[in-house]
Design a binder for this molecule. Structure first.
Ligand code: MN
Length: 240
C-alpha cells in the first residue's frame, strides 16, 4: 500500500551558536517525524522557502503538518508588536501562510500544532493574543516549564461531536507550552476544545468538506507515553 506523504513544514535554527558550529540548519522536532512514521505515513520535511514555491510543495504531498515554534508576526493580523512578543521569523510565517492557502486550494488535509494552530487561525482571518497577559480571564498556567512535556498539566473540555471528543473524550489533560493563543477565531474555524480558563485548545474546519484539525498542545512530545496522542497522528495520517 502506498504510504501517504506527510509534508512537515520545517523551521530554521537561526541562533545556532551552541550546535552545528553556529551554522544554520533546517529541521523539525523528531516527534513529528516519528509520530507520522509510526502511524504509517511517509514524512517529508519542507524547508522554509519562498511563498511562490508553496504550490509546488503542496502538489508533492498528500497532507500538511504545521509544527510549533516562533511567535507569529503580529503584522499578519494587523497589529503592532506587543512588548511581550517573543522571537518571530517572518520568512517562516510567509512560507507557511502560503502552504496553508495552497493546501486548502488543492484540498489537502491540514493538521496543526501550537504555533501552527495559531498561524492557521491568522491565515483564515483570525487574530491572536500576542501574550496571555492580554487575556483578562487568564487563570491557567499554559507555559508548563520546567515540567517535562511527557506530563500533561492542564485539563481541556472537548465539544460534543468533534474529532477531539471522539479521539480524547469529553475531559482530557494536555501538556502546554504557549504564551500566545487564539483571540478572534477565524470565520471558517470552529472551537472543539477549551482550557478551564476559556483559552482555545482545539479547532476544526467549519465547512463540511474541510479537512482541518488543530491543537494548541504538543502531541509530538507525549505520544510515546499516551496512546490517545498517537491516535491524533493516526487520525491525521489515515483518516483526515
Ligand atoms: Mn494550554
Amino acid at each position: 500500500m502506498t504510504k501517504p506523504i506527510i509534508g512537515i513544514a520545517g523551521n530554521q535554527l537561526i541562533h545556532a551558536a551552541d550546535v552545528f558550529h553556529g551554522n544554520q540548519v533546517s529541521y523539525t522536532p523528531q516527534g513529528f517525524v516519528a509520530g507520522v512514521q509510526q502511524t504509517g505515513g511517509l514524512p517529508f520535511v519542507l524547508p522554509i522557502g519562498t511563498p511562490e514555491s508553496a504550490s509546488a510543495y503542496i502538489e508533492k504531498i498528500d497532507k500538511l503538518l504545521l509544527a510549533g515554534g516562533q511567535d507569529v508576526s503580529p503584522e499578519f493580523y494587523g497589529e503592532e508588536p506587543h512588548p511581550k512578543l517573543e522571537e518571530t521569523n517572518k520568512n517562516r510565517d510567509k512560507f507557511e501562510l502560503a502552504l496553508i492557502s495552497e493546501a486548502i486550494k488543492q484540498k489537502k488535509p491540514i493538521f496543526t500544532v501550537c504555533r501552527g494552530t495559531q498561524l492557521l487561525n491568522v491565515a483564515l482571518g483570525g487574530t491572536l493574543y500576542q501574550d496571555l497577559s492580554q487575556y483578562s480571564d487568564w487563570k491557567v498556567k499554559h507555559s508548563q516549564e520546567p515540567t517535562a512535556p511527557e506530563f500533561p498539566t492542564h485539563s481541556i473540555t472537548t465539544e460534543k461531536g468533534s474529532i477531539l471528543s471522539r479521539l480524547l473524550g469529553e475531559h482530557y489533560q494536555v501538556n502546554s507550552y504557549h504564551h500566545q493563543a487564539i483571540h478572534t477565531l477565524a470565520p471558517d474555524l470552529t472551537v472543539t476544545a477549551r482550557a478551564a480558563d476559556g483559552i482555545i485548545e482545539g479547532v476544526e474546519g467549519k465547512q463540511a468538506d474541510s479537512r482541518i484539525l488543530g491543537v494548541q498542545w504538543h502531541p509530538e512530545l507525549i505520544f510515546h507515553k499516551e496512546p490517545k496522542e498517537l491516535g491524533l497522528f493516526d487520525y491525521f495520517v489515515n483518516e483526515l
